[in-house]
Design a protein. Structure first.
Length: 221
């Protein structure tokens, strides 16, 4: 039981948390690293504002938009955590915002890849995409991939459960939306592609497999 608790412990790096959550493995200067993270946050925030202006109704029911909000929150926490190295004592327990950054990273990295993969493989119909589409279904994952490459934050395979939990909750929400009679712009489904004739087995399989690919591509030993 103690081993299981250790796998999910967010206090592993107490008294040395700045080495992992405030540092980059590629950029030695912390001020430069902070500038990069602030730029990533600002760019994704701009995409989020653009998407809100573009989607007039039912914004929060879509996986893409939910994950964009979570990504903005993650990058804000990441930038703040990096900045905290300039005024906080490193010889202290891991602060709550660094722990939140760690959990959000594990969730957002896999989920942004899932949004990217599912859209271009299941939803995209081959036509000319809207100008915002490459940003909400491409740049969102690119920003997370850049952050992952630069950061020294640890990635643990067991933390993948955070993403699995969110994916399951969203699938449950999709089912509730379908069977409850809720409608948005007259549509019965949030994503009709996810509710095929074999409902409900296919969506769970798709989400789990896609997320596993995303984690395997970014897993750090």
């Amino acid at each position: 039981m103690a081993a299981w608790r250790q796998r999910f412990s967010l206090s592993t790096y107490d008294n040395r948390w700045q080495e992992y959550f405030c540092s980059s493995r590629c950029i030695e200067n912390r001020q430069s690293y902070l500038a990069v993270r602030v730029c990533l946050f600002a760019s994704v925030l701009a995409v989020f504002i653009w998407s809100v202006a573009h989607v007039k109704r039912c914004y929060l029911i879509y996986l893409t938009n939910q994950m964009l909000i979570i990504e903005v929150v993650y990058l804000a926490f990441a930038a703040y955590t990096t900045a905290s190295a300039f005024y906080r004592d490193p010889q202290t327990p891991t602060p709550w915002f660094a722990k939140a950054t760690w959990v959000l990273q594990d969730l957002t990295l896999s989920a942004s890849f899932l949004v990217f993969l599912l859209y271009w493989t299941l939803i995209y119909d081959g036509g000319t995409p809207r100008p915002i589409t490459p940003f909400t279904h491409g740049y969102n994952f690119l920003a997370m991939a850049i952050d992952q490459i630069l950061t020294n934050q640890p990635v643990r395979p067991w933390h993948f459960v955070y993403f699995i939990g969110y994916a399951v909750l969203y699938l449950i929400w999709s089912v509730i939306f379908n069977v409850s009679g809720l409608r948005c712009d007259g549509e019965r489904y949030i994503y009709e592609t996810f509710i095929p004739a074999s409902f409900p087995s296919t969506p769970a399989t798709t989400a789990t497999n896609a997320g596993s690919i995303g984690r395997s591509l970014t897993k750090r030993r």
